[in-house]
Design a protein around this ligand. Structure first.
Ligand SMILES: [Zn+2]
Length: 577
């Protein structure tokens, strides 16, 4: 790092400084450079002289010039972001990039699905390719129609938010494919494998198959002739029962990758399919369906979670045996959330036992849970984008998602007041205000104000304030009711306080409040951990009644919260501070 580089950086920082404050100043620029290039700290004097020169020069420049210089930072930043996403392997081999997300409709999408959705989506859009949504629905026992719909609507919403956040689009999948519609094609391909002796029907018990696979032993079924295999294949569709027969790929029972030891490719599942009903009873395994369908539907880059890595070899073998079109298979790392289970296996019993409220419980990172908590999908999009398509498994701390969410919400969330554990404060006087004009957002006057009626009566104005604020105050001290008035307390008792209007003084504590008349009974849920939550009861200001369910606001001194429901009591869920 040289002084020359420091000079370049100084120009950019000074230009930014000048644009922001009307004039560049030495100290902030110097601070920025020494922060970015700590190795120059020992030469601080020289660097200061350089910065003084640059600042003097920059302050002479016209605004357009400043914008140009400062703009270089943005360009650099953007280039850095794009660089974090590695180039798509062999993309030039294909006329057009085709990617897909292939969820199984067996549950509600989680944060893990968000990554599985956004990686192929972002790539498809960056490369101006085609993006498919494909339902990987070939295990009818666990699949349900409601999950198809949940996936469609939640994915659509997440793509919408991603387009908005990252500026890429269109925000929708280009094609939707229901894989189970292609079962007849899969059957033909399986028949072909049987006819060519590349697969066989195995009628051994599950235990025997497992043991043989471990020991590297072949079973008698492997020596069956083509005719007999085809006959059994037909019987699988008619009279054979679940577990009595399955089709296995003929590879090598001593293969060093145990997954490759004659893997199963078709089995009988006697369950009603959510779309196909009872039309079919033979279903392909994941290895067969995903690879064959990727090939048949023109996918050029198939993204998979890394946990399936040992299966890549199986999938490539299936494609090769069938002589189907090849494509790129790319692995990405899994997401786990610190302290919270993502797997349906763990969540389901917690819901059943009543510990969780449902799949939209704000304590779990399902997409609907995150939404109910007030996490903007834009924050999720930003989060996944910054994480990138890395192959490394990531342990996510929800706080990092909340931090992004805060950045998105802070400039737009309107401010309301919730008074927990309320105590009545009676303001006495002859000239009490009739109403209060509250800013919707104190640092965004453009968002306007809202009016709250105060209903003073015969020289008394009654408001609620948090008891915790009054506890530490005594008669004679002052308190500031946010955006309304400063009050000098004349008496403080445990269940009520009195006061009068007073001049504002520096250092007076500012508190949230609500008029007694018109206040909204409210509770705010604090999701603590997956096993617990707290509820704070109190009153909201009258404006809260007007908020639509689902609105996200900032409750002054409490945090960002989503209005969950209006009933006898309005319920808010705290997203985070
Ligand atoms: Zn067998």
């Amino acid at each position: 790092m040289s002084l020359e580089e420091a000079r370049k950086l100084a120009y950019i920082a000074a230009a930014g400084n000048a644009l922001k404050y009307g004039e560049a100043r030495v100290n902030p620029v110097l601070g920025k450079i020494l922060g970015a290039m700590p190795q120059l700290r020992s030469r601080a004097k020289e660097v200061r002289r350089l910065v003084e020169e640059v600042v003097a020069e920059v302050n002479q420049l016209p605004k357009e010039e400043l914008i140009k210089i400062a703009g270089r930072v943005k360009e650099k930043k953007r280039a850095k972001e794009e660089r974090r996403w590695p180039e798509l392997v062999n993309y030039s081999k294909y006329d057009r990039v085709v990617t897909r997300v292939a969820p199984e409709p067996n549950g509600y999408p989680t944060l893990g699905h968000a990554k599985g959705l956004l990686i192929p989506f972002i790539y498809a859009r960056l490369y101006k390719g085609v993006f498919q949504l494909r339902f990987e629905d070939t295990n009818p026992r666990v699949e349900r129609l409601e999950y198809y719909d949940a996936i469609r609507s939640e994915f659509a919403e997440l793509l919408e938010a991603t387009s908005e956040e990252l500026g890429i689009g269109p925000p929708k999948w280009d094609v939707e494919i229901i894989e189970s519609n292609d079962l007849p094609v899969f059957y033909k391909l399986c028949r072909k494998l049987l006819e060519e002796g590349k697969a066989y029907v195995c009628t051994c018990s599950q235990e025997k198959v497992r043991a043989n696979r471990k020991l590297g032993l072949e079973c008698e079924c492997r020596r069956r002739g083509v005719e007999e295999n085809l006959e059994l294949w037909e019987l699988m569709h008619t009279t054979l029962r679940e577990g009595e027969a399955h089709v296995r790929l003929k590879t090598d029972m001593k293969h060093k990758n145990p997954t490759m030891r004659d893997p199963g490719i078709f089995r009988i599942i006697e369950a009603e399919h959510p779309i196909q009903g009872t039309k079919y009873r033979v279903y392909p395994t994941y290895d067969f369906s995903i690879s064959v369908e990727d090939s048949l539907t023109g996918v050029t880059h198939a993204f998979r979670s890394k946990e399936f890595e040992p299966h890549v070899e199986v999938q490539k073998t299936i494609i090769r045996y069938l002589g189907l079109r090849e494509f790129e298979m790319i692995q990405f790392g899994r997401i786990t959330v610190e302290g919270v289970p993502l797997s349906k296996r763990y969540i389901r019993p917690l819901i059943k036992s009543g510990i969780l409220w449902g799949w939209d419980d704000p304590r779990i990172p399902t997409l609907r849970g995150l939404k109910r908590r007030g996490v903007s999908f834009r924050a999720l999009a930003r989060f996944i984008f910054e994480m990138g398509p890395s192959k490394v498994d990531a342990i996510v701390n929800m706080e990092s998602i909340y931090a992004l969410n805060r950045k998105i919400l802070d400039p737009i969330a309107e401010r309301y007041m919730f008074v927990p554990d309320p105590v009545k404060l009676v303001v006495e006087g002859s000239e009490l205000p009739e109403d209060a004009e509250l800013p919707k957002h104190p640092s965004k006057p453009s968002l306007g104000t809202r009016r709250v009626k105060l209903w003073p009566k015969s020289g008394r104005l009654e408001v609620y304030v948090p008891s915790s604020d009054l506890k530490s105050l005594r008669a004679g001290e002052r308190i500031r009711l946010w955006s309304l008035a400063t009050i000098k307390l004349t008496s403080v008792m445990p269940d009520m306080a009195k006061g009068e209007l007073a001049e504002h003084q520096l250092g007076v504590p500012i508190v949230q409040w609500t008029p007694v008349e018109g206040c909204v009974p409210m509770e705010v849920v604090y999701p603590d951990s997956i096993f617990s939550y707290r509820v704070l009861s109190g009153f909201g200001d009258p404006g809260i009644r007007e908020l639509k369910e689902g609105s996200i606001v900032q409750l002054l001194r409490v945090g960002f919260a989503r209005i969950d429901s209006h009933g006898r009591v309005t319920r808010g869920i705290l997203a985070h501070r």
